[in-house]
Design a protein around this ligand. Structure first.
Ligand SMILES: N[C@@H](CCC(=O)N[C@@H](CS)C(=O)NCC(=O)O)C(=O)O
Length: 240
């Protein structure tokens, strides 16, 4: 990557469709931090992952000069602080704007993440429909949050003029919204130009951003395939 920062050894452990790993990888790209990406197998985790995140054994993990940082939102804040002088900020600089961004990122993790897991591991059509309804309600709320975060008409991202904290946290889920549209069938699109016009336009811009290139999968069918294969090897919910 042109202008990439090379003063540190940075490795990300992830799986390619993980919303959380995507968020971290896009944020590193926003900052221009050169890093090595290591693809994990969630059913057969590497020793490095188990050693790096013994508490949760989950991806993503960022290993920065040999020291692991775990949990995507903690990692995103670490990236912002560790490379504060490099590239654009991930969290807004202004204190209140920063609190607002943290709130909406927490909302995504508090509403969209559990609904996504509920859909993925639902055993009945009713449970799947309830998860979709929760996702639709949360995305309708995020449609309203866009203006508050972007701070004014015409700003392209939740982060304003550039991709920021809420963009990467919500943007990581985009591949799954398409996959759920495909798997659920019948509810229309979770992000829809008529129902959520701001989010629909934002999603196109986020996917097209330089930092997202090659990191945000665009083929919903491949995400569905990954999920079905994981399900077959790992029946039952993996738990939070
Ligand atoms: N709250 C965590 C969630 C991480 C997470 O759930 N990662 C999943 C992959 S998307 C995982 O590693 N699952 C493995 C497991 O549950 O054992 C974060 O934000 O990083």
């Amino acid at each position: 990557m042109a202008g990439a920062v090379e003063d540190a050894e940075v490795t990300v452990l992830g799986v390619w469709p993980s919303p959380f790993a995507i968020a971290v990888r896009v944020a590193l790209n926003v900052k221009g931090v050169r890093h090595t990406y290591v693809e994990e197998d969630l059913v057969d985790k590497s020793e490095l992952l188990l050693r790096s995140n013994p508490a949760y054994r989950k991806v993503p993990v960022l290993i920065h000069n040999g020291r692991p940082v775990c949990d995507s939102r903690v990692i995103l804040q670490h990236i912002d602080e560790a490379w504060a002088a490099t590239g654009p900020p991930i969290l807004p600089r202004e204190v209140h704007d920063r609190a607002v961004a943290r709130f909406w990122a927490a909302y995504v993790h508090g509403e969209i993440d559990p609904a996504w897991r509920a859909f993925a591991w639902a055993r009945t059509d009713e449970a799947r429909a309830a998860a979709v309804a929760r996702l639709v309600a949360a995305l309708d709320t995020m449609e309203g949050a866009f203006e508050e975060c972007a701070k004014g008409e015409g700003r392209p991202f939740f982060g304003g003029d550039g991709v920021g904290y809420v963009d990467v946290v919500l943007g990581g889920f985009l591949p799954w919204f398409g996959a759920i549209d495909e798997m659920a069938g019948g509810h229309g699109s979770l992000i829809d130009a008529a129902r959520t016009p701001r989010l629909a336009a934002w999603a196109g811009r986020f996917r097209a951003a330089d930092a997202a290139r090659g990191v945000v999968p665009s083929d919903a069918g491949k995400v569905v395939e990954y999920f079905r294969a994981l399900q077959a090897r790992w029946p039952g919910a993996p738990g939070d």
